[in-house]
Design a protein around this ligand. Structure first.
Ligand SMILES: CSC[C@H]1O[C@H](OP(=O)(O)O)[C@H](O)[C@@H]1O
Ligand SMILES: Nc1ncnc2[nH]cnc12
Length: 307
């Protein structure tokens, strides 16, 4: 890493955000390591630019290079803004989750389509403030176009023992402590499929930044609702993550291969999200009322937006 360039001239459209147990992507060719300073500070870790079959991708470790950043401390605004600044428009976000349903077994993958927000308002959660107001739609928090690709890739790996669930609702809790048994049962009664501490505000910020965002979850435990499985602890999470890391990396690799194909280029460049935020923020706050700091921040995300 020491000898790698610290800038990259080409365009990098796709990023993988690695979660617990996925702090690097082995088997790819390292090309550069960049660390953009954003109005919201630096990302969780320097961003690695890697090549996969000659296609550049960005990799960012959500909890830092050494897992030193707690879920409520993850600088999600800097992460999303830094990725966008280097050209990224599609984010595949990996997450270790607890299962809230019997049929989602530890080491199974889930492609979630919904989120229930159980964060507590302690995490900065928007780019649009300080004199620039904006409200994006979030009815479907993930990206169905990419979800379809992940499902096809996951099912194709069934022979390698990969079990993938096509849909699911992620409960995103505050943490860092795990849930009480009463909470775990409550989330089950709400229809939660899996639970983590990372889907938000990451998914909201990606939506505000007009980026495609899809999470891939891997179950590592049954949280604490199950009558026979042991209650979740960190050893359990890490044990399943490392035992199944080969499958996780194979799945991510297959998704990246598929997304590199010409037929997905409009999806990956996020054409379907383009203008959704910029059009709305220009319309929402009248020019005379816009604040200097809000303008500067939004200009970082969308250069020239107010020209
Ligand atoms: C170490 S268990 C709790 C921790 O694991 C998950 O991390 P990530 O989503 O980044 O894979 C969960 O969200 C918590 O942050
Ligand atoms: N049971 C659980 N609760 C919250 N986050 C998790 N990540 C992995 N397992 C989890």
């Amino acid at each position: 890493m020491a000898d790698l360039p610290t800038s990259y001239d080409g365009s990098v459209l796709i990023a993988v955000i690695g979660g617990t147990g996925l702090q690097s992507l082995a088997g790819y060719v390292p090309v550069a390591v960049v660390n953009p300073k954003t109005p919201w500070g630096y990302p969780s870790a320097p961003i690695h630019i890697l090549k996969h079959n000659d296609v550049p991708i960005a990799f960012l470790s959500r909890h830092g290079a050494y897992h030193e950043i707690a879920p409520h401390e993850v600088p999600s605004r800097a992460n999303i803004a830094a990725l966008r600044s280097i050209g990224v428009r599609t984010v595949i976000a990996f997450s270790a989750v607890g299962s809230l349903q019997e049929e989602i077994k530890p080491r199974d993958f889930v492609v979630p389509d919904q989120i229930i927000d159980r964060t507590k308002g302690v995490r900065p959660f928007t780019f649009f403030e300080k004199g620039v107001v904006g409200h994006v739609g979030f009815a479907d928090p993930f990206d169905e176009k990419i979800a379809k690709v992940v499902r096809v890739c996951g099912h194709a790996l069934a022979g390698d023992g990969v079990v993938l669930h096509d849909k699911g609702t992620v409960v995103c809790m505050e943490g860092p402590q795990f849930s009480t048994r009463a909470e775990s049962n409550l989330y089950r009664s709400w229809g939660g499929s899996v639970i983590n501490m990372s889907a938000l505000p990451e998914a909201k910020l990606a939506r505000e930044a007009e980026m495609v965002y899809q999470m891939i979850c891997m179950a590592t435990d049954y949280d604490c609702w199950h009558s026979t499985a042991d209650d979740v602890d960190v050893e359990m999470v890490m044990g399943h993550m490392s035992a199944n890391s080969a499958n996780a990396k194979t799945l991510v690799g297959a998704v990246l291969d598929m997304l590199s194909k010409e037929e997905h280029s409009d999806t990956v460049t996020a054409k379907h999200w383009e203008g959704k935020s910029t059009g709305m923020i220009k319309f929402m706050t009248k020019k005379e009322g816009r604040g200097a700091e809000g303008i500067k921040n939004v200009e970082y995300l969308f250069p020239g937006v107010f020209d």
